[in-house]
Write a protein that binds this ligand. Structure first.
Ligand code: MN3
Length: 203
């Protein structure tokens, strides 16, 4: 079965004014759709076409040389964006609660320090890429950034929060002001989803 573009879990304008409707429409309907299309083209007719996308990326080393980079780019693009949509919500923002809040405070000192470090990872990622909060193989929280559409899954890291800092994610509304977009993202983070992913990652 071919990989498919998931529906956005909300309307294009649900994240206004923080993330504008036009950006969401182009980002989902054009950019994410293109990753899915090109991923399908790359694996068509191979055993990899039927794999779960997460398993596919975890097994990226097993792909033939002539397919690997296309799957890193477009499979990464597909899995990163599928997660990204779920990490935002019209009633998101604020600070986390529960187990994830405790883990953030214990690892980073405070929510404020965590926010500063994630924002810094987003601001300093040169060119296109992502800033992430991940659970590493020791079960510890860590802030990292990746280039292009590289997924933390390829590195045996479980992403629980991700921020797309490609210009296509913010340029229409924020132009060159990436830090303003990062600040706006904090107003829509779906902490319930982050906590759910955190609990799964710890198992
Ligand atoms: Mn994107």
């Amino acid at each position: 079965m071919a990989f498919t573009l998931p529906d956005l879990p909300y309307s294009f304008d649900a994240l206004e004014p923080h993330i504008d409707a036009k950006t969401m429409e182009i980002h989902h309907d054009k950019h994410h759709a293109a990753y899915v299309k090109k991923l399908n083209e790359a694996v068509e007719g191979t055993e990899f076409a039927d794999m779960d996308i997460i398993e596919l990326l975890k097994n990226i080393d097993k792909l033939p040389d002539d397919k690997r980079q296309a799957v890193i780019n477009h499979g990464g693009g597909h899995v990163n964006h599928t997660l990204f949509w779920e990490l935002m919500s019209s009633d998101g923002g604020g600070e986390p609660t529960g187990a994830i809040a405790e883990a953030v405070n214990s690892k980073f000192g405070s929510f404020k320090d965590f926010k500063e470090q994630l924002s810094n990872a987003a601001a300093t990622r040169f060119g296109s890429g992502w800033a992430w909060l991940i659970v590493n193989s020791d079960g510890e929280l860590e802030i990292i950034s990746t280039a292009n559409q590289d997924s933390p899954l390829m590195d045996n890291k479980k992403p629980i929060l991700g921020l797309d800092v490609w210009e296509h994610a913010y340029y229409l509304k924020y132009q060159n002001k990436r830090p303003e977009y990062v600040e706006a993202f904090f107003n829509v983070i779906n902490w319930k989803k982050v906590e759910e992913l955190f609990n799964e990652a710890k198992q």
